[in-house]
Design a protein around this ligand. Structure first.
Ligand SMILES: [Mg+2]
Length: 193
């Protein structure tokens, strides 16, 4: 998939990317030939995506407007390849397992853990990689429970600059050479699947 973002922060510690509701992104759907293809979709919520150099996850903050009041709806921890910089942005790849976190950090739950384990038993993910990923996910769960950084860094009350234009995808979104994860051959037993 491909998302347009506005870069909010880009430091040694964090890359923060914002996509507002209504942005056009590329999601998996059905092309005009009836085959699975990346098609335009309308992004539904204001989302700030926090990525951390070398880390196997990003943290997404979802805001919604309820009765005219904008508020943080929830956090979403997305397990994924550590990001790489490309000529048009950032490349990563989803690793199935996620964590959904209440906006007030009072509770969290795993999401798609069974699908993740199916990829391990199905031989798509290597056992060593899966173990490493589970351990890293547990470290994020511990951060949530301790209300540690980045969950205590004030991102929950962050607001986009209203003067910002809606971000658009680069024209090279499907032609730029992807920067692949150096550990892919180790992590995935069969990358063709
Ligand atoms: Mg995911």
């Amino acid at each position: 998939m491909a998302w347009p973002f506005t870069v909010v922060a880009d430091t040694d510690d964090v890359v923060a990317l914002f996509i507002p509701a209504g942005s056009t992104y590329k999601r998996w759907g059905t092309g005009s030939d009836g085959k699975r293809a990346l098609v335009d979709g309308a992004w539904r919520d204001d989302v700030l995506r926090l990525m951390f150099p070398g880390c196997g996850y990003s943290i997404w903050l979802f805001w919604r407007i309820v009765d005219g009041v904008r508020g943080l709806a929830y956090y979403y921890v997305n397990m994924e390849e550590p990001f790489r910089r490309s000529e048009i942005g950032f490349d990563t790849n989803d690793h199935m397992l996620d964590i959904v976190v209440e906006a007030d950090l009072s509770a969290w739950r795993w999401k798609d853990a069974e699908e993740f384990e199916a990829r391990v038993t199905g031989g798509i993910y290597g056992a060593e990689f899966a173990q490493e990923l589970r351990a890293e996910a547990e470290t994020v769960a511990a951060l949530i429970e301790r209300r540690a950084s980045p969950f205590c860094d004030g991102w929950d009350t962050w607001m986009p600059n209203p003067a910002w234009a809606t971000p658009c995808l680069s024209e090279q979104w499907d032609t730029a050479i992807p920067v692949t994860w150096p550990r892919a051959a180790w992590a995935y037993r069969d990358t063709s699947r």
